[in-house]
Design a protein around this ligand. Sequence first.
Ligand code: PMP
Length: 468
Amino acid sequence: MTGRENRAAVLTELPGPLSRKLLAEQAANESSARTYPRNVPIAIAGGSGSYLEDLDGNRFLDFLCGAGVLALGHSHPGQVAAAHRQLDVSTHLLDFPTEAKQEFTRRLLSLLPGDMGERSRVHFCGPTGADAVDAAIKLCKTYTGRGDVIAFHGGFHGSTQSTIAITGLRSSKEHLVNLLPGASFFPYSSCFRCPLALKPESCEINCAQYLANVLDDPNGGVRKPAAVILELVQGEGGVVPARLEFVQQLREITRRLDIPLVIDEVQSGCGRTGTWYSFEQYGIEPDVVVSSKAIGGGHPASVIIYNERMDGWKPGAHTGTFRGNQLAFAAGAELMRVVAEEGLLENVREVGGFLREGLLELQRRHPFLGDVRGLGLMLGVEVVPVNGWTAAQLADRLRRASLERGLLFELAGRDDVVVRFLPALNLSRAEAAEALEIFGAAVTETAKECERSPGTDSPGAASEGTKP
Ligand code: PMP
């Protein structure tokens, strides 16, 4: 990074000439499935804290943070030092116990609420979120002797063939046959767009009740599953926090029917929502928690944490070479130390609240910002159509206009109509204010454009590719 003023600054057109060269080489060499650089056309030189710099010297506030992996931002000094120290010792040691791994495990269990840590077991999985979701399903199948899985509309659990099967995004499975069989989907408590067309004030949480009715109905057609799996804040699905009563009812139903409840905290975990795991805010204890992304302190790692009564796996029941990433254990333990000792969660709540207030203020002035929602520093703004412009066109404009002013974020949700903020958890108030200033300017510019020229309501400039 250059030592310029600590603010975003875009000095060239985007992409700048050096970025353009690398983007072209990448397009020539890599598969057509590549994703992010299509919508955010930059080549990256490096990052520090909440900022990253492209090859042309443009500096961006990074509200994508490696899709939520970089909880402490880029090159956090403590995490860098921990990984450097570990590099001299060893980097990969299968599932042998090491000091680094034990420290990681001790901290992980101690961050669970109440005495949950004492009743829990940890299994280290292959390094991705999808690997851990897959392992969680295997565990539940082994424990219950059943084979089916219940998932929810709008949910996202990965890009492997088993996790696609339980993911809502239809385009990701359209041309694939023979995915994991036995997956069924139920309505999620998505109140801005209620799947049952009800009003939150009077709905009596029919989405949860519907699931209970189907499972209790001898003619309901759905077998008792091995697992019910969901995110408590759907990330890729458009930053949709589940309603408290919905989650509590799901817990009651699954407990009554002895169905393991798997909470996918791959994106919402590790402090992102203001508690270490989001389930803490719902007053429930899951049977299985899936954790990845930020857990490895910027390095690949994933785990499942589950109630010890489910620990019926035989030795070697779930193996995989890359389950012993010592750099991830060292850097991940440092993240957990910062959470335990440096008030990171308070910062998430405080700065998250400030950012949310700023977005609500913008929403009051601009009706095409249809809904502001989220928990902590997992925030989303759902864009709605206005003046002949589709929501997808508007959201795409907002992404581009923000990037040109130095704020980098991605879109999420159905048809990519949700602006999604996943900043570093140690984001300062000043950085949050800067992001609001930039986003506000992008919103104003987009609003003016809409007024000047009504849209044709043609299909939006939909983003290319889906994002993990
Ligand atoms: N679960 C959730 C909730 C996710 O958001 C993601 C990735 N965005 C995954 C699972 C899959 O993780 P990975 O891309 O590391 O396989």
